[in-house]
Ligand binder design. Sequence first.
Ligand SMILES: N[C@@H](CCC(=O)N[C@@H](CS)C(=O)NCC(=O)O)C(=O)O
Length: 212
Amino acid sequence: MSEINLYQYPISPFSEKVRRVLTYKHLKWNPIDCHYEDKTNLLAVTKGAWTRVPVLEWNGDVVYNSADIIKWLDRKVPAHPVIPDDSRGVIEIIDNWSDNTFFVPILMLTIPPLLEGVGDDHLKANREKLIGMTISQMRAGASTHKQTLVTYLQMIDEQLAGKDFFLGKTFTMADASLYHPFFFLALNAENFAVVNDYRNIVRWYERIRDLA
Ligand SMILES: N[C@@H](CCC(=O)N[C@@H](CS)C(=O)NCC(=O)O)C(=O)O
């Protein structure tokens, strides 16, 4: 089989969701780094259909949207399955909650220090437009975002008590889906410090991070 090309950003959480699954399945990939503004390579590979990362290209097949990529991979490479039949629905729900609910306070807390650290006004303007909020607006909501995050961490920690993985003894897509916001939060050690109060999460986070 030809090689897997993964169009990505190194710090993209949605790309990391797919990278965790590729790692678990022992599939090697070529990372193809994309540009935040110049979408030429993404438009070329998706024939104009998609401008976000991740996009996976393998043997002429092109798949985009992280959840769809993982579902496609699990059909294509059944070894080391990540979507057990009896958990298909719950995994969809967890994935959706993680991307659209859990990730939101983390995005709001991570973006301001990240962009200020880079100090590139053009990038800052581009990201503010994409997110639809200025850094100042994100910062203004910081205490609410922190409280919301704690509420979500308590839920996740409770489920992880006594378990190696979110749904039990084996890695599933649910672990990749829930891991990617933590990966993004970890870009800022000060923000990530709140996680250290949750011992079940810390154990699990390190297990998923260190998959090999
Ligand atoms: N639903 C998509 C979301 C992908 C997404 O929003 N990716 C971000 C980067 S993490 C992106 O490409 N944003 C547009 C951009 O950077 O221009 C998925 O799960 O793959």
